[in-house]
Design a protein. Structure first.
Ligand SMILES: NC(=O)c1ccc[n+]([C@@H]2O[C@H](COP(=O)([O-])OP(=O)(O)OC[C@H]3O[C@@H](n4cnc5c(N)ncnc54)[C@H](OP(=O)(O)O)[C@@H]3O)[C@@H](O)[C@H]2O)c1
Length: 272
C-alpha cells in the first residue's frame, strides 16, 4: 500500500512543488488549498485528491482530513506548509493583520496537526513536517510578526517532538532560505504608515533588502526535496536547513554569536 501525504497550501510555491514531488515518487497526495475552483493541474494527476482546506477554519481542516482518509485509508505524513509573511512597523500594523499572521502561521499549524494526531496515535506512526524558515532562527528588521510566528512554530515543533514520540510519531522542521515563489509578491502583507517618519528609512532599506534575497533564493522544487527527505527521515533529527543561503546565514549566525549577529544586521540596514 502506498504512503499518503497531506499538504497544506498547494495552490502555489513550495506546497505545490511538494505535492508534485510526492506524487512523482509514488505517494498518494491529499493536496489541500483554500480554493480549489480553478485547479486543473493537480486534479489531473493520478492518486491526488484536491480538496479545500483553510488552516484558519477548523471545520475545513477536519473535513479535508476526513476526505483524505476516506479516499486513501490512511495518512502517513502531514506537511504544514501554508503560510505567509506579515512585515512592517508594529505601530503601523492593524490588529486584524497581527491576528491573521498568527492565525495562519501558528494556530493553523496547531489545529491541522491536532486533526491528524488521533489517526497517527491509532497507527502508532506518522510524521509532521513543519515548514518554518531561516526566519524561525534569525530575524530581519520589521519582521516582528513573521519572525514571531516562525519562532513560535520552531518552539511548538521542538516541544511536540516529545509527545509525538510517545505515540510513535515524529515532527520535523524544514528551514528554507529565500525561495522563488509568490511569498515576496502577493503573499507579502506589508504594513506601513508614511506619517511615521522615523521608520521610513528602515522601511525602504528592508523592502530593498528582501526583494533581492527572494530573487536569489532556491527554486521551490529544490526545497521540496528537503521536505521529502525530512518526511522520510527515520532518525531523531529535528531540523533541516534548506538551500545554500539558509546554510550560509545560519552558520554566520552561529559563528557571530547573538550580539555580533545583531550588529552585523544593524550595519546592513543602516542602523549604526
Ligand atoms: N518564499 C520564501 O522565501 C520562503 C522562505 C522561507 C520559508 N517560507 C515558507 O514557505 C511556506 C510556503 O510559502 P511559499 O514560499 O511557497 O509562498 P506562496 O507561493 O505564497 O505560497 C503560500 C501558500 O500558503 C497558502 N495559504 C495562505 N493562507 C492560507 C490559509 N489560511 N489556509 C491555507 N493555505 C493558506 C497560500 O494559498 P492561497 O493561494 O489561497 O493564498 C499558498 O498556497 C510558507 O510557510 C512560508 O513562510 C517561504
Amino acid at each position: 500500500m502506498s504512503n499518503t501525504v497531506l499538504v497544506t497550501g498547494t495552490s502555489t510555491g513550495l506546497g505545490r512543488a511538494t505535492a508534485k514531488l510526492f506524487q512523482a515518487r509514488g505517494w498518494n497526495v491529499i493536496a489541500t488549498m483554500r480554493s480549489t475552483a480553478t485547479e486543473t493541474e493537480l486534479t489531473a494527476l493520478e492518486n491526488v485528491l484536491v480538496t479545500t482546506l483553510d488552516v484558519t477554519d477548523p471545520a475545513s481542516v477536519q473535513a479535508a482530513v476526513a476526505a483524505g482518509l476516506d479516499r486513501f485509508g490512511r495518512i502517513d505524513v502531514l506537511v504544514n506548509n501554508a503560510g505567509y509573511g506579515a512585515y512592517g512597523p508594529l505601530e503601523a500594523t492593524p490588529q486584524e493583520k497581527i491576528q491573521r499572521q498568527f492565525a495562519v502561521n501558528v494556530l493553523g499549524v496547531l489545529s491541522t496537526t491536532q486533526a491528524v494526531l488521533p489517526h497517527f496515535r491509532a497507527n502508532g506512526s506518522g510524521t509532521v513536517v513543519n515548514v518554518s524558515s531561516v526566519g524561525g532562527r534569525i530575524t530581519f528588521p520589521l519582521g516582528a510578526l513573521y519572525h514571531g510566528s516562525k519562532f513560535a512554530l520552531e518552539g511548538l515543533s521542538e516541544a511536540l517532538q516529545y509527545e509525538l514520540a510517545a505515540i510513535g510519531a515524529r515532527v520535523k522542521i524544514v528551514e528554507p532560505g529565500g525561495m522563488t515563489t509568490d511569498f515576496g509578491g502577493r503573499s507579502l502583507d506589508f504594513s506601513n504608515d508614511p506619517a511615521l517618519g522615523e521608520y521610513q528609512q528602515l522601511v525602504a532599506d528592508t523592502l530593498a533588502g528582501l526583494g533581492p534575497m527572494m530573487a536569489a533564493g532556491s527554486a521551490p522544487e529544490k526545497i521540496a526535496e528537503v521536505v521529502y527527505a525530512a518526511a522520510t527521515d527515520r532518525t531523531d533529527r529535528l531540523r533541516f536547513e534548506a538551500g545554500a543561503d539558509a546554510e550560509q546565514i545560519l552558520a554566520a549566525r552561529r559563528a557571530a554569536g547573538d550580539e555580533g549577529f545583531y550588529s552585523t544586521m544593524k550595519a546592513q540596514f543602516g542602523l549604526g
